[in-house]
Design a protein around this ligand. Sequence first.
Ligand SMILES: [Zn+2]
Ligand SMILES: [Zn+2]
Length: 543
Amino acid sequence: MTVRVVPLGGLGEMGRNSLLIEGEREAFLIDGGMMLPDDYMVGVDAVIPDFSPLREVGEKFRGVFLTHGHEDHIGGIPYLVRDFRVPIYGTPLTLELLRGKLEDWGLEGELECIVIDEGEEVNFGEFSFTPYAVPHSIPGGVGFVIRTLEGVVVHSGDFKMPSSLTETGKRVLGEAREEGVSLLLSDSVNAEVPGRAGSEEFVGGRLRDIIAGTSGRFIVATFSSNLARISEVMQAAHENGRKVFISGRGMERSVEVGRKLGYLPPGEEIPVYPVEKSSRYPDDEVVLLTTGAQGEPFSALFLISRGEHRHIFLKGGDTVVLSARMIPGNERAVARLIDGLCRQGARVVYQGVGEVHVTGHGCREDLREMIRMTNPASFVPIHGEYRQLAHHADLAHEEGVENVIIAETGDVLELKGGRVFLNGEVLVRRVMVDGNGVGDVDDQVLKERRDISRSGVVVVSMGLTSDGEVLDGPEFVLHGVTDGETRKRLVEQVREELLEELPHLVRGRSGEEVREAVRVCVRRFFRRHLQRKPVVIPLVRVS
Ligand SMILES: [Zn+2]
Ligand SMILES: [Zn+2]
């Protein structure tokens, strides 16, 4: 037989990680994440993997294994489970985060969730999955050793610092190495970054130093899923005699889940209060935990930066720490956020000014170590844009891996007798989600949206006889074209011009042709007067 490994997302792009692994009688998906839309995808909420190849897999599809609870790994699952009812395997935190998502969708009853444990093999006929715990920026992350009839595959998950794997993790990978790893699939996010990723404890130390040197309030923004970071902040607050306040639903939920699963100190030890109570305490007793480090509009931190938050008004002496990575594409929003916070009088510490964040992904030396620990016959870099995959591939060459393949989303990899090769591709679309619509926004719709957003819309409405006599109108509605004064003047002019031209436009033409002629005439007018090309919609009735 042949084992097929097909990335449905995440290779040659950042996000929507999802990998299909398929044998003769069984097939599994590893992760089903979402991706943030590109700027050109106007109005799109998210991009998810194209799960349609699973239809062909059909009855063989036995389940989804999740590496961890980040959006780029579980964000597409709600869309998947609407069409495919298969068990979902994950660690307790990952499944808890997924359940929270499904509850929002009213889908929580639909799912069979199966808890996996580090070192505990989940065995099927053709495949077995053995998870091992990995350090990452969210707890509960795992990689997998996957045993197939054609060879051993290691899927790294998102990881850093392979040297600090647990004893069980080292044993699981050690055994795989003994048997011989046919294929290593490894996280490429930081393949361009030299050195090693830092540890959470290091950031914890920095945060402690900053709190100790702050006389005013101490505000920390981080991702709500980074429970290790949240725990560090809670401990640091506690040690400095400060109380912890939280803001935002995401943060509240994280604290609840983190406590339930033992990732955060219990409430009796370090209580947490809602932000509105913070004003009752002196400034030097307040630590506020919040989200919004990406400058997301209307997040608590965004409102604080504009002086519009209901409970927190910054002043001199307050310190704000952005303890998170700046997601590429958010640079301007974050810069505006920092400007706003500074303008309110706070001291702002962020990446570049202070070492208040560490990455969750292994850097080059970590990645090198992973290759050495598994000693694979074949290597395929995953989880990265093309340049990151290319850098990671170079690293594998440096390490003397025999067979290094750069694959992209949709490429088909085949594993046979321990050998891996590329064999064709499957069609994998970028499935865009907008509101309730999944996949109904395509390139044509995006083009229409961009056209409208660039120069606005002009609707022209009129009724004509087939001889060209005007029965009503023309009326014009302009949206997003120009301001009130200019609009008034231009509408008068364009009406005049259209009426003048009308006899030529109508003569000998069908209704459809008249509409098109009116559209062109109006569009030409705006182009001439404003150097703009609004979308013109002619509502012309010819009777
Ligand atoms: Zn991750
Ligand atoms: Zn990831």
